[in-house]
Every structure is written in structure tokens, then in C-alpha cells.
Design a binder for this molecule. Structure first.
Ligand SMILES: CC(=O)N[C@@H](CCC[C@H](N)C(=O)O)C(=O)O
Length: 380
């Protein structure tokens, strides 16, 4: 199959972004594509809206896994693409369409050119939330095919095509979603003294939250609190009875995560007292850090340096991004790397247009890496 076929696959998938655990059309698309391939070496299972595909090797000593995420984001697309999202209000703005096309490209390559080891392709739902990796790992379907090592990539808008960036050890942060619901007393805009205004309370809370990272976390450690959504009120002359903040917390250490949550809880109590309202905190889903297994990552970086003259390797720093791929890495050795896609708009931006040439770069590099890895003795 030619490279442009996987660009077309990416475009097809780009048009049908779906929220976590609702990737029904995406799963159907993947299954239909798999049906078009020679079946002899493949075993296929579904798990919820995910797909697991085992490609048998010629003389397997181990199982090497490749994981892609599948879900889209609630964003109104603003790209210049003729193949824009057909699902209004949803967009593949985090590159999962690129990731899936790359995974299908790799899978197709190995169906036609098997290596000695078995391969497992993991199409995992709900990376953006509520998190598909952890329950998928606990599933019977995954357990029956549990791999010996696992790898993944994530597109990186800031790096040129042909650049790969990673590092041993921690690459992405621990995350926790954050939802705060405030309940006060609504009323007429002209009589604020008879109400408890939750727009004002929510505004104070957003401002106070800015002090947590600045004043409660060791400056040599890192943490982020982002409030990405604030909801409150119904009309310009009605005082809002309810307010809601939706955000996310990122930390490198679990100690900082506990500290941040403790401070948020204290500030929310202060808001309850100060604004005579009640509040509820919900931490939604949380992901553990992405920790790249040191020896495999170092060996991969050396291999890229020595064997891939077409690739520029970047030794990057860790980032405050989250990824539930961290759950796989908490039990199975492997790593994640950034793949340069050279676009001025960042991840989660309505205008992001990753350079599709990166699809071929990734298929070429990872397929060569798996051939290399499969030729290496298994370490005791
Ligand atoms: C790669 C990436 O952008 N991942 C997401 C993961 C989000 C997890 C969860 N919904 C949260 O917001 O905490 C990210 O935002 O880093």
C-alpha cells in the first residue's frame, strides 16, 4: 500500500472525531480496513470501542506492542482543510487521527513483511478522558495478549518533520481533572444584597487558584492548574445561582499533586465561607506520569542516532502534558516519543494542521526499529 493511502486514512478519520468511549464509527472504520488486509497472520479482538490486533511473527520470542489513541476533542474546527470534521463541535485536534493512520501503516507493513516476534497493535479509546488505558489493561482481552514491551508516539507541532524527541525517565506529568460546582442564591440584577452571586464567587476562585502554584509549590518542582472552562448564569440581568469551573491539574511528583489538591480544597472552603454558598469538588479522571523505561529509551535514542540519518534526534525536556499511556508504561517496559509535525498552532487548537509527511516518517522509522528490536537478544 502506498504512503498516500495512509494520508487518505488520516483524512477519513479526521472527518469522524468522536468523544472517549463513543468511538463507534472510528472502530468500524478500523475494523473495515483490517478486513481488507490478508487475514492469515492477524487475530482481531474488540474491547469496548477499542481494537486489539495481534500479528503473528515467524519465530516469536516476545510480543512487541504499538499503541495509538482514538478519540477526538470538543472543539469547533477552524482549519483550512477540505476534509474538515463532519461531527460539528468535535475535532481531531490532538493528532489521534495521525496516530491511528501511523498505527494502521505499521500494521499493514508487518502483515505483509512479518518479523520474527509477534506484534500487538493497541487501538485505545478515551485518551482525552475518562481514560481508556487503565481499564483496557485490566481487561481479559488485553491480559490474554499482554505484550513484553510497548511503544507509542505523540505528534509535536513545534518540531519540524523528520525530528523525533524523547528522553529516558519522566516525559509527561501526573494529571487530575478538576470540577468545582458552586451553589448560591440567584435573583434580580438590581438587588445583589438579596443573593449570593456565583459568577462573582467563581471569578474569585479562579483568581485565588493562581496563587497555589505560585505560592505553595517549590519553585524547583513544577505544577500547573488550568481552568479551561467556566460556566455560570443565564442572562445579563439575572444573578447566577450556580457556577462551575472545569480544569486540570498537572504535577511531576505525587507529593505536589496531593499538596495542590489540599490547597484547592482549602480555597474552596474559603469561598464557601466568604460567599455564603456551598461547593463540591470532583477530581474526574487522573493519569499517572509517562515514565520512559531508561535502558530501552537510551538504546532507541542511540539506534536513531546511528541508523537513521534521515532523522534528527532531540533530547527533549519533560512536559506538563498528560497521557494515559503512562498506565501501560507503569507495568510494561517501553517509551513514548514526540514526532515532529511542524505546524504553528499547538495541540488542542482549532487551527492545528499537522504536516502529513510525518506519517511516512513515523511508519518508516518505527518499522525499522521493530525489525532492529526483534533482532536483539531478550534481556534476562
Ligand atoms: C496529549 C494530551 O494532550 N493529553 C491530554 C490528556 C488529558 C487528560 C485529562 N482529560 C485532563 O485534562 O487532565 C492533556 O490535556 O494533556
Amino acid at each position: 500500500m502506498s504512503t498516500s493511502a495512509f494520508v487518505q486514512i488520516r483524512r477519513d478519520l479526521h472527518q469522524i472525531p468522536e468523544p472517549g468511549f463513543q468511538e463507534v464509527k472510528t472502530q468500524r472504520y478500523i475494523l473495515d480496513y483490517l478486513n481488507s488486509l490478508p487475514q492469515e497472520r492477524m487475530q482481531i479482538k474488540t474491547w469496548r470501542t477499542g481494537v486489539l490486533v495481534r500479528v503473528s511473527g515467524t519465530n516469536p520470542q516476545r510480543t512487541i506492542a504499538w499503541r495509538t489513541d482514538m478519540d477526538g476533542l470538543p472543539i469547533y474546527e477552524e482549519t483550512s482543510y477540505p476534509f474538515r470534521s463532519l461531527h460539528e463541535g468535535y475535532m481531531h485536534a490532538c493528532g489521534h487521527d495521525m496516530h491511528m493512520a501511523i498505527a494502521l501503516g505499521l500494521l499493514t507493513h508487518f502483515v505483509h513483511h512479518p518479523i520474527s516476534d509477534d506484534l500487538l497493535f493497541v487501538f485505545q479509546p478515551a485518551e482525552e478522558g475518562p481514560g481508556g488505558a487503565e481499564p483496557m489493561m485490566q481487561s481479559e482481552e488485553f491480559a490474554a495478549w499482554r505484550p513484553d514491551c510497548i511503544f507509542a508516539l505523540h505528534i509535536a507541532p513545534e518540531y519540524p518533520v523528520g525530528h523525533i524527541a524523547t528522553k529516558p525517565g519522566i516525559l509527561f506529568a501526573n494529571t487530575s481533572e478538576l470540577f468545582v460546582d458552586l451553589l448560591g442564591k440567584g435573583g434580580h440584577a438590581a438587588f445583589p444584597h438579596k443573593t449570593n452571586d456565583m459568577v462573582v464567587a467563581a471569578s474569585h476562585l479562579v483568581t485565588q487558584l493562581q496563587s497555589v502554584v505560585a505560592r505553595n509549590i517549590d519553585p524547583l518542582d513544577s505544577a500547573v492548574i488550568t481552568i479551561g472552562k467556566i460556566v455560570g448564569g443565564t442572562k445579563q440581568n439575572i444573578i447566577a445561582e450556580k457556577g462551575r469551573l472545569e480544569g486540570t491539574i498537572r504535577t511531576f511528583s505525587m507529593e505536589s499533586m496531593i499538596r495542590v489538591k489540599g490547597r484547592i480544597e482549602a480555597l474552596v472552603k474559603g469561598i464557601e465561607a466568604g460567599f455564603e454558598c456551598s461547593a463540591e469538588i470532583d477530581y474526574g479522571c487522573g493519569y499517572c506520569q509517562v515514565y520512559n523505561e531508561e535502558s530501552l529509551t537510551e538504546a532507541f535514542m542511540e539506534w536513531v542516532q546511528d541508523a537513521c540519518p534521515d532523522i534528527t534526534l532531540i533530547h527533549c525536556s519533560e512536559a506538563m502534558t498528560g497521557e494515559d499511556f503512562g498506565y501501560f508504561l507503569s507495568e510494561i517496559p517501553g517509551f513514548l516519543f514526540w514526532l515532529g509535525v511542524n505546524t504553528p498552532f499547538g495541540l488542542h487548537h482549532a487551527k492545528i494542521e499537522p504536516n502529513e509527511e510525518a506519517i511516512d516518517v513515523a511508519i518508516r522509522t518505527v518499522s525499522r526499529y521493530f525489525v532492529y528490536l526483534s533482532s536483539q537478544p531478550i534481556k534476562a
